[in-house]
Design a protein around this ligand. Structure first.
Ligand code: FES
Length: 119
């Protein structure tokens, strides 16, 4: 697995994602209570940038365009209108440095069977 250094821990905002790009792959990196997590940057609903137009509510990524919500840990939809999960990206932290494996994005969460989910 090829990891690319994208930032340092101090670059990560407390309640928002940081957009990092390699080639045509844009990833949002989040610091969720000290755990570094990465998802696709584009909301699965209408391709809004989750790092530039979203924020963290605890471990939930909120997309500010239509207020869809995703689990930052799994990418699962927590609240519609999105119904497709977010792709996750492997992350590693070495000292202060944060690395992302851009070529190894994967879906951890199942696609929602229902377009309306609560919680
Ligand atoms: S674009 Fe994210 S909820 Fe619609």
């Amino acid at each position: 697995m090829k990891y690319t250094k994208v930032c340092t821990l101090s670059d990560l905002p407390d309640d928002e994602g940081l957009k990092v790009v390699e080639g045509d792959t844009a990833v949002a990196v989040f610091n969720v209570n000290g755990k570094v997590l990465a998802t696709q940057d584009r909301c699965s609903h209408a391709k809004w940038s989750l790092s530039e137009g979203g924020y963290l509510d605890g471990d939930v990524i909120v997309c500010s365009l239509h207020m869809g919500k995703f689990c930052a840990h799994t990418g699962a939809v927590k609240m519609a209108p999105p119904w497709k999960p977010l792709k996750k990206y492997p992350v590693k932290v070495e000292g202060e440095d944060v690395f992302v494996a851009f070529e190894d994005g994967y879906f951890e969460a199942e696609q929602s069977k229902s377009k309306v989910m609560d919680g």
